[in-house]
Write a protein that binds this ligand. Structure first.
Ligand code: BES
Ligand code: MN
Ligand code: ZN
Length: 487
């Protein structure tokens, strides 16, 4: 979607078929209203049909122009989340009327101008998202453009506009992550992820290595190869690099790219197994983040590692009790073939150590246990480095993609000792999210490293104006904030 701002934006606002007017409860007086809408807006405001309550809406007409009042609630309690949702609500309504474009106007609110602009930009893109798949009915209507007007001073308008553009880029990237997640596994295969990565690398002038099976064998990616053994789809290991002219810090991102997880020979129950097409959402977040980096141009070097494969119970599949050697050299006894995510991540963490980044963050739909622990509102955070944990915590709060710490104690590995290899890949029924993280920690070596278990946040999270269900695209906003904090 084209997001128009500045002088063009103002003209658009006057003639747009629908204008969203975002209003906090202290902006309902005639003085607080944009001139063009003051007259028509008076009706619902004076009758108190519209009180400015958070995300309350009222629709009035000025001739054929629709004016959608959207409440922001008490300005003292206003959050960027509400602003993001309000912007999405405007797009949603314009889509409902099948309009080609819309406009949105707001006056300064008690949030940093940069935060406001960004939230609006993100909200516009997220509100315009829809996944149609291969349905043969009419595709859901989407907006082609949206004009934005901000009633601040000249300098505030400039800062708002810059932030708006950043928000739109981030929102668009999050929509790409959603698309990769929502795509069924017979479409979003490991090769599809590799092709998508190539397209993104070309467009963003990023370096990208795609390691195919022969290379994986030569180099010893034993975890990824073992998981891929039961599948007819060949595995790929993606390695992005974004290298700006100037940078002080290097961050390595790792994403679990399981395009489908049947559990392998330790087969999952049939009920709900279709959801395992979402098992690539960590990888999707990393790939999508790279799609935004050239436009955001942060002064941080970023690597992105995404091991891509299916986990299938084929005739060549690994069996419980089989052993393998990971990229870093540690060996694993596979006592449960459904604990496959940690095997492919083990390889990636081994590779990350060779790149010598300042920090490494992996994202993975790793355990059902994490969903039990935290539900759908926070990702599990496991971290061996206090400063990185703090940065992720702040990035989560700023972006709304929140994370919450869980322990990373050595003792949890006790139940994963093996007699035939360095480690087993599964333990008891208890603390599954924590034992998985303890396993990964072994493969992170001396890296400053964080593991984010996004099993509960990657799909089927609470719905609102910015999200209709399916893949949430979680991770993109969080990672962009983290990268910015390392500049
Ligand atoms: N992809 C799953 C984790 C998952 C399950 C995410 C359900 C979201 C919903 C992962 O590969 C897995 O199967 N984990 C096992 C680990 C166990 C075998 C030690 C799990 O969580 O049951
Ligand atoms: Mn599994
Ligand atoms: Zn999995």
């Amino acid at each position: 979607m084209k997001v128009v701002f500045g002088r063009d934006g103002e003209i658009e606002v006057e003639r747009a078929p629908l204008v969203g007017v975002l209003l906090a409860t202290d902006q309902l007086k005639a003085r607080g209203l944009p001139l063009a809408v003051a007259d028509v807006a008076r009706g619902p405001i004076e009758t108190k049909d519209f009180t400015g309550r958070e995300l309350e809406t009222a629709l009035v007409y000025s001739g054929k122009q629709r004016i959608l009042l959207v409440g922001l609630g008490d300005p003292k309690k206003l959050t960027v989340d509400t602003l993001r949702r309000a912007a999405a609500a405007v797009v949603k309504r314009a889509r409902q009327y099948k309009l080609a474009s819309a406009a949105l106007t707001l006056a300064p609110v008690p949030l940093a101008v940069e935060e406001s602009g960004r939230a609006v930009g993100e909200g516009l893109e997220l509100g315009n998202y829809a996944f149609h798949g291969v349905r043969t009915d009419a595709a859901p209507h989407r907006l082609g453009s949206c004009a934005v007007h901000y009633a601040g001073s000249a300098s505030e308008r400039r800062r708002f506009g810059d932030a708006l553009a950043i928000g739109a880029v981030v929102g668009e990237a999050q929509c790409l992550a959603r698309d990769l997640g929502n795509q069924p596994s017979n479409i979003a295969t490991p090769r599809y992820l590799a092709d998508t990565a190539r397209r993104i690398a070309r467009a963003g002038k990023l370096r990208l290595k795609v390691l195919a099976r022969a290379e994986l064998e030569r180099r010893g990616y034993g975890g990824l190869l073992a998981v891929a053994k039961g599948s007819a789809q060949p595995p790929f290991f993606l390695e992005f690099e974004y290298r700006p002219r100037r940078f002080r810090r290097t961050l390595c991102l790792v994403g679990k790219g399981l395009t489908f997880d049947t559990g392998g020979i330790s087969l999952k129950p049939a009920q709900g197994m279709e959801e395992m097409k979402f098992d690539l959402c960590g990888g999707a977040a990393v790939i999508a983040t790279f799609s935004a980096l050239r436009k955001l141009a942060p002064n941080v070097r970023v690597y992105g590692l995404v091991p891509c494969t299916e986990n299938m119970p084929g005739g060549r599949a690994i069996k419980p009790g089989d052993v393998l050697k990971t990229y870093g050299g540690l060996t694993v006894e596979v006592t449960n073939t459904d604990a496959e995510g940690r095997l492919v991540l083990a390889d990636a963490l081994g590779r990350a150590q060779e790149l010598a980044p300042d920090h490494t963050v992996d994202l993975a739909t790793l355990t059902g246990a994490c969903v039990v622990a935290l539900g759908h509102r926070a990702s599990g955070l496991f971290c061996n480095h206090d400063d990185l944990a703090q940065k992720l915590k702040s990035a989560g709060d700023l972006s709304g993609e929140r994370v919450w710490p869980l322990p990373l104690w050595e003792e949890y590995l006790d139940e994963m000792r093996s007699t035939v290899a360095d480690l087993k890949n599964s333990g008891s029924r208890f603390a599954g999210a924590v034992t998985a993280a303890a396993f990964l920690r072994k493969f992170a070596g001396d890296l400053s490293w964080a593991h984010l278990d996004i099993a509960g946040t990657a799909w089927d999270t609470p719905r609102n104006e910015t999200y209709e269900g399916g893949a949430s695209g979680v991770g993109v906003r969080l990672l962009v904030r983290l990268i910015e904090s390392l500049e």
